[in-house]
Design a protein around this ligand. Sequence first.
Ligand SMILES: O=C(O)c1cc(C(=O)O)c2c(n1)C(=O)C(=O)c1cc(C(=O)O)[nH]c1-2
Length: 239
Amino acid sequence: MPELMQSEQKAWTQAELEAVLRSQHQRYHHLHPFHVRMNHGDLTPQEVRRWVANRFYYQKSIPLKDAAILSNCPILEVRRQWIDRIIDHDGRSQGEGGIEAWLKLGEAVGLSPQELLDEQHVIPGVRFAVDAYVNFCRTRPWIEAVAASLTELFGPDAIRVRLVALEQHYPWIDPTGFDYFRKRLEQAPRDARYALDLVLKYCRSRESQERAVQALAFKCDLLWSQLEAIERGETRLNR
Ligand SMILES: O=C(O)c1cc(C(=O)O)c2c(n1)C(=O)C(=O)c1cc(C(=O)O)[nH]c1-2
């Protein structure tokens, strides 16, 4: 978006920047046809399993990108807070954390932990999308990577709708598998608020503000691409 990069333009106020960031909601993956079908109860068990197995690749990459943010961030107070995200996903010991909770979701839909850990169902397009997120966070300034995490502003509403739909339309799934989503409903709003405050505080020039918006747009596109690949569903195994 080169036409956006007009650094000589006046900086947005914090309220204006927040509004521009929030307007990215229209690009979020809750609108993707695969999620729409999921929420209508129209996915086959095979499609649900494909989604769970492929989203696991995203889940297990999240701590890698958060560690990249930590390694790029020179500000002690920020690192002290951000490190909690890694603990939330990894846990401090066996049986804890979001990654293990997602493995339980896998079991609830009929996938063994080993199948998920082996990445045997991971579709190439999903791998490309997720790896692009990790690479972005490794190579871009830490505050842009923080801005990319702001899809979590939109996540809780989508997860709330999904939870109700999964419980209502997919009775064959053991509902204890949904604990991951319940936990995210506590964690995500807190994480998103903290990340938003950082972006509002550290992105003061118009150029840095526009880079933050671009980072968020990039992340929305990546989540969208991930679902495109899942919807198409081609793996080396079933091609
Ligand atoms: O289920 C979802 O729709 C969804 C979306 C997102 C997101 O918007 O990036 C995350 C999650 N879940 C999630 O579970 C999660 O841990 C997470 C971390 C992040 C991030 O970018 O730091 N996004 C998301």
